[in-house]
Design a protein around this ligand. Structure first.
Ligand code: ZN
Ligand code: FE
Length: 255
């Protein structure tokens, strides 16, 4: 695989990601949170982006669109349902739209929940997924435009990706997510170990991303609706998976 990734912090807790194909020399940017951090990353890597893949329309993901378009003349692709609120968008995608980057197939997965049109991008051959503000390390996005049931079915789709899939997310929220996760899944030893690891990474100022689907399945309460210990902890042994998810989301909102 000729794909390389540069992940970097934008603003306080957003991530920018440059995806570079060394064979063709092409570069794509995943979301456009902050112009100057992106320009620094472009400078550092020498990778000039020709494409931005947008996950959703929130300001902290599209803020640099127009400035980068002006500077690099790049193409902006984003979710069809949010096209009206994504500055500079050239092409729209939805679930299953044919899409590729430098010969690498990209599966567009509709993952509404945080916003109604949110999409995630999965590169199956490279085993990489960009999940924006849908799936975070040890967490999931807040429900701004959809019900818990909608987010639940989006997370179900992501949970079915191969466990080795490397997951890049929109934000560094892992430390506070870990504290919440321990409150609903206190006896999970994999989670305890991961929380300690996250704490020491953050103490050293290091990112906790990317994660993997496998790590999330073992430790992220928002993907563990089936787990007997969590259900017992919540007193929801007989509830549906969607109900368990909704209760965990509700608790996180009030944590
Ligand atoms: Zn957002
Ligand atoms: Fe965001």
């Amino acid at each position: 695989m000729a794909l390389q990734i540069e992940q970097f912090t934008c603003s306080s807790d957003n991530f920018g990601v440059l995806l570079h194909d060394s064979r063709s020399g092409q570069t794509a940017l995943i979301d456009a949170p902050e112009e100057h951090s992106i320009l620094e990353a472009v400078e550092r890597t020498g990778w000039t982006p020709s494409l931005i893949l947008i996950t959703h329309h929130h300001g902290d993901h599209v803020k640099a669109n127009l400035a980068l378009k002006e500077r690099f003349g790049l193409k902006i692709i984003g979710p069809k349902a949010e096209a009206a609120t994504i500055p500079g968008i050239d092409e729209t995608v939805e679930e299953g739209s044919p899409l590729d980057f430098a010969g690498h197939r990209i599966r567009v997965i509709a993952t509404p929940g945080h916003t109604a049109g949110h999409v995630s991008y999965h590169l199956p051959e490279a085993s990489i997924a960009f999940t924006g503000d849908t799936l975070f390390a040890l967490g999931c996005g807040r429900l701004f435009e959809c019900s818990a049931a909608v987010m639940f079915s989006s997370l179900q789709k992501l949970a079915e990706l191969p466990p080795q899939t490397r997951v890049y997310c929109g934000h560094e929220y892992t430390l506070s997510n870990a504290r919440f996760a321990l409150s609903v899944d206190p006896a999970n030893t994999a989670l305890q170990e991961r929380a300690a690891e996250v704490e020491s990474l953050r103490e050293d100022g290091k990112p906790t991303l990317p994660t993997t689907i496998g790590a999330e399945l073992a430790t992220n309460p928002f993907l563990r609706w089936h787990d007997p210990a969590i259900r017992r902890h919540l007193g929801m042994e007989a509830a549906t998976d969607a109900e368990v998810f909704a209760e965990i989301r509700r608790r996180k909102d009030n944590f």
